[in-house]
Design a protein around this ligand. Structure first.
Ligand code: ASP
Length: 397
């Protein structure tokens, strides 16, 4: 594959806050490339839309109505990097809304084998489809595709929204969306779906500071923080909330630790954060797990290793980054355990016995991806009003 993005270098090098306007249409997202685009207003709106889609999907009548919303649109899923959940949940989201999907997962089956540039492939997709949902091993590629679409639009040519479904080890904004949605539902305390439903009064006796929602919480991220794009995107999105504290636990290896860019982003957002090298660490004489409201586990992303990294990591003791029974004991009674998945079945950062723990939220988290990605499509295609109308028609609200 020959991918030359040099025509976009100058645009890519601009500060994020300057670039972001180009991915918006007034208050609405035009493309979703960076987690920083997700402001509180978007998050609240998308969560509300996801709840409505979830509710309507419960009945045949509701599902049929949902399928008519975008039945005139087609989506291209261009995933040139392995994916199970993101790919399937986007496909399911399209199906919920009636969009027809097509996919290219292996560039060897496309004209990229005939030395077509991936940028030409994107432009071709935009001729046939109405949205391009893309995952690439190349950081920055989806950003450049969004510029390409904007340039076409400027010249009054056909242009479609680009959704970044994972770009290298850089960003995974739609994972942040579903992570936030899952945390929000857990801390609603009144959701029929949440394991904490109705438990706030009891829990508050033991944890007096506990409040609904994502504000006033300590989030612990554990594992491969340097290369985990989901960590970067979720930590960035959490800066929208008030009084948030973050604990970062990773092996003491420069590729695995919090990277400089995220560190700076958190500092400039005024977020309190602390770094540790074990889940057994303490903060102000208390185990960090006992101070944690939400635990975000990740796997060590071995596929990014150089030979030297592999040699160093094979020597490493990874047990301080595993969720053992003793560590589960220390974790707060209500703290949801999230993981973007896949978990590593050899390393077992989350052993399967944890699945039976009511705090294990990772399977629900994956299902939430489908609802919130459907909500994103509703938002991008600007049919939220039609959805709200449908909802009020069905439920009179
Ligand atoms: N599925 C997530 C991603 O695509 C996390 C992972 O692969 O570890 O980034």
């Amino acid at each position: 594959m020959h991918l030359d993005l040099s025509e976009f270098t100058a645009r890519q090098a601009r500060p994020l806050r300057v670039k972001m306007d180009e991915f918006q249409r007034e208050r609405r997202l035009k493309h979703l490339i960076f987690a920083s685009q997700l402001e509180l207003e978007h998050l609240n709106r998308l969560q509300r839309l996801a709840d409505i889609i979830r509710q309507l999907s419960k009945t045949k009548k509701g599902s049929d109505a949902l399928r008519s919303l975008l039945s005139h649109k087609r989506a291209m899923l261009y995933f040139t990097q392995p994916s199970t959940r993101t790919f399937l949940s986007f496909m399911a989201a399209c199906q919920i809304l009636g969009l027809t999907c097509n996919e290219v997962r292996d560039p060897a089956t496309s004209s990229e084998m005939k030395r077509e540039s991936p940028l030409d492939s994107i432009r071709m997709f935009s001729s046939y489809f109405d949205v391009i949902i893309m995952r690439s091993p190349v950081a920055g590629f989806s950003e450049c595709c969004a510029y390409l679409m904007n340039d076409l639009e400027k010249h009054e040519m056909r242009s479609v929204p680009i959704i970044n479904a994972g770009s290298g080890s850089e960003e995974h904004p739609t994972q942040a969306l579903l992570d936030i949605y899952t945390i929000q539902r857990t801390f609603q305390f009144d959701s029929a779906n949440g394991t904490t439903a109705g438990r706030l009064p009891d829990l508050s006796k033991k944890f007096p500071g506990l409040t609904p929602g994502l504000n006033n919480k300590t989030y612990l991220f554990c594992g491969d923080l340097g290369r985990g794009r989901t960590v970067r995107s979720l930590a960035t999105t959490l800066t929208n909330y008030q009084n948030v504290r973050m604990f970062f636990v990773s092996p003491d290896h420069e590729k695995l630790k919090l990277d400089l860019a995220l560190r700076k982003r958190l500092e400039s957002a005024g977020v309190e954060f602390h770094e540790f090298d074990s889940l057994d660490a303490t903060w102000q004489s208390q185990p960090i797990l006992a101070l944690t409201d939400c635990l975000y586990m990740t796997r060590i992303q071995m596929e990014h290793n150089s030979a030297a990294d592999s040699a160093a990591m094979n020597e490493m003791d990874l047990s301080p980054y595993h969720l053992s029974a003793a560590r589960l004991e220390k974790l707060r009674d209500y703290a949801p355990i999230l993981h973007p998945f896949p978990r590593d079945s050899v390393v077992q950062e989350i052993p399967t016995f944890v699945d039976a723990d009511p705090r294990a939220m990772y399977f629900r988290q994956a299902r939430n991806g489908m609802w919130v990605r459907a909500a994103l499509l509703v938002h991008l295609f600007d049919v939220a009003d039609q959805l709200l109308f449908l909802h009020s028609d069905f439920y009179g609200v």
